[in-house]
Design a protein around this ligand. Structure first.
Ligand SMILES: CC(C)(COP(=O)(O)OP(=O)(O)OC[C@H]1O[C@@H](n2cnc3c(N)ncnc32)[C@H](O)[C@@H]1OP(=O)(O)O)[C@@H](O)C(=O)NCCC(=O)NCCS
Length: 152
């Protein structure tokens, strides 16, 4: 493989989180269990939404059609990537790709994951953002539930 084929991103997606497929992640067929993968993606999307919307309170609203394109096996290294595709008033829509870290073969794609920013009563609240941040600049200074404070 030439160096030019070895890009860290794909369609604007940066792959941040990596996973090592272990025995507890497998289905009865001996390949990666779809439920494990969805759990990882949902968590990854929640963290991404928190960073983009600057609110610790975000909830999964919708996960569109999930396309399991290839399977992963025990011992495989996989990587997950997300990018925001639409900033709504209270929502954020993302696209997700999971692929094999070594071969870059796609394992899963999800065209639309919608998360909603909510207030302390669980009601949708406007986030005020319209574009992607690549920094941590939107994070609240303090987590009201845990009292943790961001170190500047
Ligand atoms: C998320 C929740 C607060 C939204 O409440 P709601 O009454 O649908 O709120 P709204 O109709 O005002 O919609 C809020 C946003 O979600 C979007 N939305 C609502 N239904 C949607 C759907 N089916 N598909 C895509 N987006 C949708 C709306 O377009 C709106 O986005 P915008 O403000 O950016 O335009 C509510 O549905 C909820 O609490 N759901 C459970 C969330 C949860 O527990 N998730 C974990 C699942 S285990």
């Amino acid at each position: 493989m030439t160096k030019s084929q070895w890009h860290p991103s794909e369609d604007g997606i940066n792959f941040h989180t990596r996973k090592w497929v272990k025995p507890e992640d497998l289905n009865a067929n001996g390949t990666l269990f779809g439920g494990s993968l969805l759990r990882w993606i949902d968590e990854e999307a929640a963290i991404y939404a928190i960073i983009q919307l600057g609110n610790y309170r975000v909830v999964t609203k919708l996960i569109s059609e999930i396309n399991f394109e290839a399977s992963a096996l025990q011992g495989d290294l996989i990587e997950m990537g997300l990018t925001a595709t639409h900033f709504g008033r209270t929502s954020l829509t993302m696209r997700a790709v999971v692929r094999n870290m070594i071969t870059r073969k796609r394992i899963l794609t999800i065209e639309r994951l919608v998360f909603v920013s909510v207030d302390e009563n669980g009601q949708p609240t406007p986030h005020g953002y319209t574009d992607i941040t690549y920094d941590r600049d939107r994070m609240p200074r303090e987590h009201s539930a845990t009292g943790s404070i961001r170190i500047e």
